[in-house]
Design a protein around this ligand. Sequence first.
Ligand code: AGP
Length: 614
Amino acid sequence: MCGIVGYIGKKEALPILLGGLRDLEYRGYDSAGIAVLDDGKIKRIREIGKVDFLVKKIGQQVIKGNLGIAHTRWATHGGVTVPNAHPHTAGEGKLMLVHNGIIENYRELKKELKDQNFESETDSEILAKLIYQNYDAKDKDSLLKAVKKTLPQVRGTYGLLVMHADHPDELVAARLGSPLVIGIGNDENKREYYIASDVTPILPFTKQVTFLDDGEVADIDLAGLKIFNIKDELIAKGITKIEWDKEKAQKNGYENFMLKEIFDQPAVFEDAIRGRINMKEGTAVLGGLAMTPEEMRNIKRIVIVACGTASYAGMIGKYAFERLADIPTEVDISSEFRYRDPVINEKTLVFALSQSGETLDTLMAVREAKRKGATVRSIVNVVGSTIAREAGAGTYIHAGPEIAVASTKAFTNTVAVLLLYALEFGRLRHVTLATGERLLSGLLEIPGKMNRILAEASKIKIIAEKYKNYPNFFFLGRGINYPMAMEGSLKLKETSYIHSEAYPAGEMKHGAIALLSPDFPVLAIMTKNQLYEKMKSGVQEVRARKSKVIVIATEGDEEAKEMADDIIYVPKTMELLEPLLNTIPLQLFAYYVAVGLGRDIDRPRNLAKSVTVE
Ligand code: AGP
């Protein structure tokens, strides 16, 4: 997710753009850039790093002008370089564009361009050049028309802003899947407009905004704002008065980043699978793997190295690779992997999982695996991070910046990418087209099913209130839900500071059950899968010891209701996809317990978002 800012009016644009970029840095901060129109010429300056580095690069340069656009980048296509930074240009600097989103068919669109001179590796530059190619300098409405003519050719998502040196009183904006909001200012009774990815950069100037909806195009002209719907009809949009302060706006109205990121999951999950599904072949297409089918068939073993939540995602990957691709897979905690004698060679594929891409233990595991001749691939969130670069190839999970220390959306997207990888390998082995199609259809239903669980958040909050003062917790699961029990236990520990332990439910009777008592509640994941009956006996054992039991069950399971003190329902899905749904009640339970205890939700004590020490 990137940050976009635009301004047109009477004021100097530059300070508004730079201030707006600072407000949006939480959306992405690997590079930034501005473009301002001054007396018929556009001045563009871009720099890698945070906005401060851009300000430093601008230095004492005088950049005048009342129309401009700006962008702070969260890289998805192409590394972190100045040429890849926005704004992107076309027409020898006449047209400038900033874009937030992913253009899936940018390779096909690239072939349609007469101008094959590219500055960058990005999908956004293709968009700029295509709009310019559709621009007709003889027509005064040509900027708006060029955007309208281009967008139907595009597959993917965009929030975009376009300016042109020959249109000093006009900006064109468009939205599909990535947010854009237009602030309506009034400077000495003169119209002025502020455009941004969210209201934060706009609030210092006006609270009157209009939110673009998907498919809409806005012609932002000092003569007046015109908004067209997906059918190209001129529409009247309502004006909203924003009551949020700036901080709340950055969290999109949520109390904190953790809750925002939990609720972001349906949308960012779609970003993880977008453009990576081949329904016709019932397989996945992960370009970053950079292996031929022959090389993939020669892989005899998979090792997954990761820490914390990422390692639990890795354990889900283990089930998926073994079930779909018949490849023996083991998961190693990175800090352990480095100090044992792992048996790896050129027939071993090592996946390094990391949200930050900077976790030192995992980075060292990558170096160890490379030293021993393994094929190493990264599955990370932060583009251009050290682990991504040192692995040499891999896949980005497109979860957008994850600000809260407790990882939520990155877990879900990592699991999604691992499932896609397992399917891609599986379809080269024994997985049939029908199974592949069924799995992909199941994946496509996940965002809707996630939303159904999120809609029940208030019920989970009530349950969390009941249990927030217990000093200990067990999280129980079996099979693919054992890693989920571990993830749920970690979420509770790291956000609420309550001691909790995850246990494979079948193992409780071998000792740990001695701990159970009315003061030692249990959260059991008992969804309808092949181990449901086994889980039921486990829950009955727990209840016989008078422990209170919260059960995560499949919608419609009345039997589970009889066995639970409290129940959280999740929609039915394929067993391999269950973690994508079961993680949400676990995240919300931990979140609301921590809120109930007044904890620092986004920055829990003793923790850091990225552990770059041993
Ligand atoms: C997750 O909630 C924790 N904050 C922590 O376990 C984290 O998953 C771990 O430190 C790994 O971080 P990474 O994904 O950035 O490598």
